[in-house]
Ligand binder design. Structure first.
Ligand code: NOJ
Length: 560
C-alpha cells in the first residue's frame, strides 16, 4: 500500500459565485464561504477545491484571469482570502486552488503588452501567427464555438484561443513564461494553500507545426484536439513544474485532462513519474454524446458506464491514482443525469454516492450534491448565463444543426448552468443564497430541496454523505482495496468488490427504477458479513446472496 493523505481525503468543490453571498450583491463571495465552514466540517470533508477567485472580467466566470495574484472584486479582497484560509485550517479543512494557466484573460497585463507590438518582450508569451494563404493559421474550432484564432488589428496577426476569444492561450514553449508561472504558484503555496486543481492542463503543449484539424462532414471548422491534447512536451513541462514547485510542498494536485485514456493517465499520475497526484478523466461524462457532442444527448447503457469506470479502476490500480466524480461546475446534476430527480431523488442520490465513494480513488463532491440538488429547466434562453451554452445555442440553431426545441432539451439535460444555480440553503427568499437579486435564478424546487431541511432530517442525503465520508476514515479497504467488477452484463445492477488482505467489500447498486434481482456469483468464501451502509431499511435475517432490490437500492457489505 502506497499511503498518502490525499488518497484518504474527500474533496468538496465550491463554485464561489453560486455558493453564498454575504453582501447582498447577488454574487457569492469569500466571506460567504467562510461563514459556511462549520457546515462543511459537519459534512466531514477534508479539502475544498475553490473554483477561480482571481481578478477576472468574467467572460467565463473566473476561468479568464486578468491577475493571478489578486482577488475578483465581486468575491472580496486578499484579506478576505487570508481569513478564509486561516479559518478553513482551523476547521481542519485544506484549500486547493484552481490554477488556470493554459490561457489567461485578454485583459491580463501580459496579453495587453504582448499584443502591443511584434517586438514586445511578452510577444512570445502568447501564440501569434500570421494568416496562411489569406486564411486563419489553422481551421481549428474553439471549445466555445467559432474559430480558435482571432485577428488582432494592431499587429495584423492572429492569436490562438482554444476557449473564448477573451481567453488567449499562453505559450508554454517560452521559458520565461513558465518561470513566471512557477513563481506565481510558489507565491500561493507560500501563503499556505494546500494544492492545485489544474484547468485543462493537458492542453498546454501544442504541436508547434500547427497542422490542420480533421473536418467532420458538414462542419465549418476542424477538430485540432489531437494537436494540443497530451501534446509533445506535456510531460516535460509537468515534470519541470513538479521539480521547480510541487515537489517542495506536501500538497494535493489534480489535473483536468479531457480526452485522456487510462494509459495516458498513468503517465501523469504514476508514482515514479513526478508529475501530478491524479487527473480528472472525462470518459464517463461523455456517455450519451451524439453528433453534436453533448448537445445531441442520447440514451446510455449501464453496461457502458460499468465498462468505462472499470477500465479506469483497473488501469490505475498498480501505478497511479483515480479521482472520482459525478459532478462539477461543468456537468449537469448527477441525480438528473444518472439517477431519478423525481420520485426516487433521495434514493438515487444515495445510491450514486455509494457507487462512487466505494471505488478506489479520491472522491469529489460538488456543492449541493450532498443535498441532492437537481438540474433546472428555465423557460427562456435569456435566463441562461453560461458562455458555452449561449454560444452553442446561437451557432447550432443558426446553422440549422439543431432546432430550438432540441437545443433547449439538450441544455436541460447537459448544460453547465444546471450546476451553477445558487445553493439552496433554506426555503426563504432566494433560497437563503442572497438578500439581493441572484446573478442566476434559483432553482424553483428550493422549497422542497434545501440545506436547512436536510440538516433537520436524519434520513437526508446530507447525513448519508456524512456517513460515507466517515466510513472511509474507518476502513482502509475503502481507500486502498483493489476493485473487481461482478455481474458484468447486468443492465440494472452495478456491483463490484474491493479486496484488501483477508477482507472484501461487496458493493451493490440498482441503477434502475424497477426492482432487480441480485444473485451473488459463485466462489465467494467468507465467515462473517456486516452491512456497512444502505439506502433502504434492511431485514438482517435476509440473505444478501439472493434478494430482490428495490428501485435505486444500494447496500455495502463487509465480508471476512
Ligand atoms: C475547464 C473549466 O472547468 C471550465 O469551466 C472552463 O470553461 C474551461 N476549462 C476553460 O477554462
Amino acid at each position: 500500500m502506497n499511503q498518502s493523505w490525499w488518497k484518504e481525503s474527500v474533496v468538496y468543490q465550491i463554485y464561489p459565485r453560486s455558493f453564498k453571498d454575504s453582501n447582498g450583491d447577488g454574487i457569492g463571495d469569500l466571506k460567504g464561504i467562510t461563514s459556511k465552514l462549520g457546515y462543511l466540517q459537519k459534512l466531514g470533508i477534508d479539502v475544498i477545491w475553490l473554483s477561480p477567485i482571481y481578478k477576472s472580467p468574467n467572460d467565463d466566470n473566473g476561468y479568464d484571469i486578468s491577475d493571478y495574484q489578486d482577488i475578483m472584486d465581486e468575491f472580496g479582497t486578499m484579506e478576505d482570502f487570508d481569513d478564509l484560509l486561516e479559518a478553513a485550517h482551523q476547521h481542519d479543512i485544506k484549500i486547493m486552488m484552481d490554477l488556470v494557466v493554459n490561457h489567461s484573460s485578454d485583459e491580463h497585463s501580459w496579453f495587453i503588452e504582448s499584443k502591443s507590438s511584434k517586438d514586445s518582450s511578452k510577444r512570445d508569451w502568447y501564440i501569434w501567427k500570421p494568416g496562411k494563404d489569406g486564411k486563419k493559421p489553422t481551421n481549428w474550432e474553439a471549445a466555445f464555438k467559432g474559430s480558435a484564432w482571432e485577428f488582432d488589428e494592431t499587429t495584423e496577426e492572429y492569436y490562438l484561443h482554444l476557449f473564448s476569444k477573451k481567453q488567449p492561450d499562453l505559450n508554454w514553449e517560452n521559458p520565461s513564461l513558465r518561470k513566471e508561472i512557477y513563481k506565481m504558484m510558489a507565491w500561493w503555496l507560500d501563503k499556505g494553500i494546500d494544492g492545485f486543481r489544474m484547468d485543462v492542463i493537458n492542453f498546454i503543449s501544442k504541436d508547434t507545426d500547427y497542422p490542420e484539424g480533421e473536418i467532420i462532414e458538414g462542419k465549418k471548422y476542424g477538430n485540432g484536439s489531437k494537436y494540443y491534447m497530451n501534446g509533445p512536451r506535456i510531460h516535460e513541462f509537468l515534470h519541470e513544474m513538479n521539480r521547480e514547485v510541487l515537489s517542495k510542498y506536501d500538497i494535493i494536485t489534480v489535473g483536468e485532462a479531457p480526452g485522456v485514456t487510462p494509459a495516458e493517465a498513468q503517465l501523469y499520475t504514476g508514482y515514479n513519474r513526478n508529475e501530478l497526484n491524479m487527473v480528472f478523466q472525462f470518459e464517463h461524462m461523455g456517455l450519451g454524446d451524439g453528433p453534436e457532442g453533448k448537445w445531441s444527448n442520447q440514451p446510455w447503457k449501464l453496461t457502458e458506464l460499468k465498462q468505462t469506470l472499470t477500465r479506469w479502476q483497473k488501469g490505475l490500480e498498480q501505478d497511479g491514482w483515480n479521482s472520482l466524480y459525478w459532478n462539477n461546475h461543468d456537468q449537469p446534476r448527477v441525480v438528473s443525469r444518472f439517477g431519478n430527480d423525481q420520485e426516487y431523488r433521495v434514493e438515487s442520490a444515495k445510491m450514486l454516492a455509494t457507487c462512487l465513494h466505494m471505488m478506489q480513488g479520491t472522491p469529489y463532491i460538488y456543492q449541493g450534491e450532498e443535498i441532492g440538488m437537481t438540474n433546472v429547466a428555465f423557460e427562456s434562453i435569456d435566463q441562461y448565463k453560461d458562455i458555452e451554452t449561449l454560444n452553442a445555442y446561437k451557432e447550432l440553431i443558426s446553422e440549422q444543426r439543431l432546432s430550438k426545441e432540441e437545443m433547449m432539451q439538450a441544455i436541460y439535460a447537459r448544460g453547465r448552468d444546471n450546476a451553477r444555480t445558487p445553493i439552496q440553503w433554506d426555503d426563504r427568499k432566494n433560497a437563503g443564497f442572497t438578500s439581493g437579486t441572484p446573478w442566476i435564478e434559483v432553482n424553483p424546487n428550493f422549497k422542497e430541496i434545501n440545506v436547512e431541511q436536510a440538516l433537520a432530517n436524519p434520513e437526508s442525503t446530507f447525513y448519508y454523505y456524512q456517513k460515507l465520508i466517515q466510513l472511509r476514515k474507518e476502513h482502509d479497504i475503502i481507500v486502498y482495496g483493489s476493485y473487481d467488477l461482478i455481474l458484468e452484463n447486468d443492465e440494472q445492477i452495478y456491483a463490484y468488490t474491493r479486496s484488501l488482505n483477508d477482507e472484501k467489500l461487496l458493493v451493490i447498486c440498482n441503477f434502475s427504477i424497477e426492482s432487480a434481482t441480485f444473485t451473488l456469483p459463485d466462489g465467494f468464501i467468507y465467515a462473517s458479513s456486516a452491512l456497512l451502509i444502505s439506502n433502504y431499511g434492511v431485514n438482517h435475517d435476509e440473505s444478501f446472496e439472493n434478494f430482490v432490490m428495490k428501485p435505486f437500492e444500494t447496500r455495502v457489505y463487509k465480508l471476512k
